[in-house]
Ligand binder design. Structure first.
Ligand SMILES: [Zn+2]
Length: 283
């Protein structure tokens, strides 16, 4: 296990960690997930775990992904259970078709809500970041090692963006594009944006080989590389958040490695597997 705080003190300097997150069991029922407790008023942000669903192995059990080979009926049951536990309408839970791009879209009209709720198909395709200022329209993106980055802008008219921070998307600028979307289309100033970075494969486990690691280091700085063949997705996201004007004090990292912690899905560890989620909405 790499000690990130020691090796990468500069990038992680001033960033908040575990204290901003709480493991909860909504309504004392399953499913269990992590709540981001430092979200701005009126914004709810959660990171789901594997437990509490109905999918069998290798998708056990709260698989939220339709595209991984699981029975779609079971995925729908999982999504409905998650929605009911949080008191949100499962038919409005909107998911894009993620394809490791840097495309961030704006969910602007109520008619777009619920795209991708009950199937893999979505009007947001390709799309690796979805933003909205609409109330009670939850956004759900899916992960198995990639880094969830949830942005929330405080204010009279809150706005959110949920981003898929994989290696390719980060390199292509998905974080930058997410901040720009909130700033330019929804009027949020970057210093008022809070960022919650969810569970992702850590620099302890994310081996990519020396060539990719070198390219990553060139793009984000040497501190986003561990050893000579591993990369640190969270460090990369933090570099771009800071460059886009997000204050370090407003960046929060749930420092859990999905490949180390079996409460989460890991593509690297398991190959065929399910997807946990990053779920956010404006109340
Ligand atoms: Zn690890």
């Amino acid at each position: 296990m790499i000690d990130k705080k020691q090796n990468q003190s500069q990038i992680y300097d001033g960033i908040n960690s575990y204290g901003s997150f709480a493991k909860i069991n909504p309504l004392l029922r399953l499913p269990l997930d992590w709540r981001f407790t430092a979200a701005p008023a009126g914004v709810r942000i959660f990171f789901t775990m594997r437990r509490g669903g109905v999918s069998p192995a290798p998708y056990d059990s709260l698989n939220l992904g339709f595209h991984v080979g699981d029975d779609p009926e079971l995925v729908i049951r999982n999504r409905v259970a998650l929605s009911e536990a949080h008191g949100i309408d499962p038919a409005l839970v909107t998911s894009p078709r993620q394809r490791h791009t840097a495309v961030v879209e704006l969910l602007e009209h109520k008619e777009q809500a619920g795209a991708g709720a009950f199937s893999e198909e979505s009007v947001f395709d390709p799309c690796d970041g979805l933003a909205t200022a609409l109330r009670r329209v939850p956004i759900l993106l899916q992960f198995a090692d990639c880094l969830p980055v949830v942005l929330a802008a405080a204010g009279a008219r809150p706005a959110i963006a949920v981003l898929h921070g994989g290696r390719q998307g980060l390199m292509a600028g998905v974080v930058r594009n997410g901040v720009s979307m909130l700033a330019e289309r929804l009027g949020a100033s970057p210093e008022c944006i809070t960022a919650a970075l969810g569970p992702a494969i850590g620099p302890c486990c994310y081996e990519v080989g020396p060539e990719i690691a070198a390219a990553f280091g060139e793009r984000f700085g040497e501190e986003a590389v561990a050893g000579d063949d591993r990369v640190d997705l969270a460090a990369a996201a933090i570099v771009d958040l800071k460059a886009a004007g997000v204050r370090p004090a407003n960046i929060h990292l749930l420092d859990i490695c999905t490949a180390c912690d079996r409460d989460f899905y890991s593509y690297r560890r398991d190959g065929v597997t399910g997807r946990h989620g990053a779920l956010a909405w404006i109340e």
